[in-house]
Design a protein around this ligand. Structure first.
Ligand code: SF4
Length: 314
């Protein structure tokens, strides 16, 4: 057991993103999501057709996003909405749907710089794939990071190549590691996301995944349960041949064990996913994200554990 104890996390039992932002900026900071009209090489035939089997970008697009609106308009509408709702004054612009570095550097510069010119915007988060980045783009992000808070978010989903093949991810684990190596140590924040609950993976594999990820140069991690949303390849596979998904209690057990193994330096941005009810097919836990987070807090308390309690520094 290492020396990290709960007080390090400001009353939480894990290193939470909201606490981190409050500590860093002294106030709440919100992400404003934009849809810049990108596509994805895993959908347009460059790498594959059809995309990742679980992918439906509707599952994370808020109402004010629409690629037909300019970036500026989406940000203005998003800021207005968030200011009314949370009384916040600082924002990150989140280029979220599809692969947001999948264009020429000139086009990217125009989009990102338009976003950064808006009052109140202090940084960017750019969601992308590990095969949509190159040294020239990383060099540009490095420059931006000298003036703004810039995060690149790489989807990983699983460290197991067998899984990446089954979900038609279109790249392997090594490709992700190459992108990580290219990005680390350049002043750019790095986030990744993974999914727990693929029916062919086991709890043992998820805990091993926590150990492996703990050694990555990551600033942030997003984790969510496998859920099936409509209009996806996985939805068809599940309809044809229903496979087991984690129950709420199983997920609770897995996520708490995962947190316990995770390097306490990695800031957790997300512990569960919440697809809009009209597109969620399974599992239907009937719980809001806030209820899931509360249950995770309670379980951590009950087990008298916290992020990194079982972390073994290599
Ligand atoms: S999940 Fe991301 S990488 Fe996969 S198909 Fe969808 S947009 Fe492309």
């Amino acid at each position: 057991m290492n020396n990290i104890s709960r007080h390090v996390f400001n009353g939480k039992k894990y290193n939470s993103y909201s606490n981190h932002l409050r500590e860093k900026y002294g106030e709440r900071v919100q992400k404003v999501t934009v849809d810049a009209g990108f596509t994805c090489p895993n959908r347009d035939g460059t790498v594959a057709n059809g995309g990742c089997t679980y992918c439906n970008n509707l599952s994370f697009n808020p109402g004010y996003n629409n690629a037909e609106k300019s970036i500026r308009q989406q940000i203005d509408e998003g800021i207005l909405f968030l200011k009314n709702r949370y009384k916040v004054n600082k924002f990150f612009v989140y280029f979220q749907p599809y692969s947001n570095t999948y264009a020429s550097l000139d086009r990217l510069k125009k989009l990102y710089e338009e976003a950064l010119s808006v009052d109140g915007v202090i940084g960017l988060t750019v969601g992308t794939r590990s095969d949509c980045i190159d040294p020239e783009k990383i060099g540009y992000f490095e420059e931006l990071s000298k003036h703004y808070d810039v995060t690149i978010e790489y989807g990983l989903e699983s460290i197991y190549d067998e899984t990446l093949k089954k979900i038609n991810r279109g790249h392997d684990f090594q490709n992700y590691l190459n992108a990580l190596e290219m990005t680390a140590g350049r002043g750019i924040k790095i986030c990744s996301h993974i999914i727990l609950g693929f029916p062919w993976e086991t709890k043992e594999q998820w805990l091993h995944e926590a150990d492996v990820i703990s050694g990555f140069p990551l600033d942030y991690l997003k984790i969510h349960q496998l859920h099936i949303v409509r209009d996806t390849v996985m939805a068809k596979q599940h309809a044809k041949n229903p496979f087991k998904l984690l129950t709420f209690n199983q997920y609770l057990d897995v996520i708490v064990s995962f947190i316990e193994r995770l390097n306490p330096e990695i800031i957790i941005q997300r512990l569960a996913g919440e697809a809009p009810p009209h597109i969620l097919l399974a599992p239907k836990w009937g719980k809001r994200n806030s209820e899931i987070l509360l249950a995770i807090d309670t379980e951590l308390e009950k087990r008298d554990t916290w992020q990194g309690k079982q972390y073994q520094k290599k």
